[in-house]
Design a protein around this ligand. Sequence first.
Ligand code: G3P
Ligand code: CA
Length: 263
Amino acid sequence: MKFTTVLLFMFAAHIAHSTEIVAHRGASGAAPENTVAAFKLAWELGADACELDLHLTADGKIAILHDKDTERTTGVLMRVADSTLDDLRTLDAGAWKNVKYQGEKIPTLAESLATLPVGTQRFFLEIKCGPEVVPALTEELEDWKPRAAQLCIIAFSEAVAVESKKALPWLKVYRLSSEQTKDKEPVDLTALIEKTKAQGLDGLDLGSKWLWSAAMVKRVKEAGLEIYAWTINDPVQAKQLADLGVDGITTDEPALLKSALGR
Ligand code: G3P
Ligand code: CA
């Protein structure tokens, strides 16, 4: 085999195993989370993916923000489920982070997705509300079918994950899970894997406090599921997770983690 062919194989193997760096709510360490500015900055910093959070508004539209209300990120209290998208978009979602971001609006899904470069980069769309958003999401994503590989859905709610997969079978859907239930009981990984498989979902996106190990990652992968980790800003922990073989790591600091992983 020629030396150049060997190099090509090595390069292909590196690409195949490289850990996807997912910018959490965009490059939210520096820019205001879940804004067009944060998504654009993430792509500039070389993130492989961006994560965003979405909710259904009172007028049946989709708004991009993390919380159920707007107080923390705009300084003005509006409940998303009781507000129209137009009302939410009168607020300033940038100034709280830094005055240079004054004027950033709560983005629409279309505005957010418009930042996605044509290529291998992806958006992780986290559904924060209930399954009532799925019909609106399905309609909004219809035109994205040719770029299906560039989108995936994540959700903590089992019902939301299952409904999303049913309505959007052409998209990957990953189930989010903390290591504990709301009642502080440990989550049973074996049961979670079995359920996720049985529901036809594509993988798990697990919190940083799980007892991460090579055996755990192997179990998830051997079940035919992908495995992602959130939210990791410590470069040492990121390197450990990458060495365990996780498929991707979600972080507020995509540039820091890329450099920690030697990329
Ligand atoms: O990417 C998963 C992660 O975003 C889940 O937690 O609270 O930041 O939405 P949260
Ligand atoms: Ca999120």
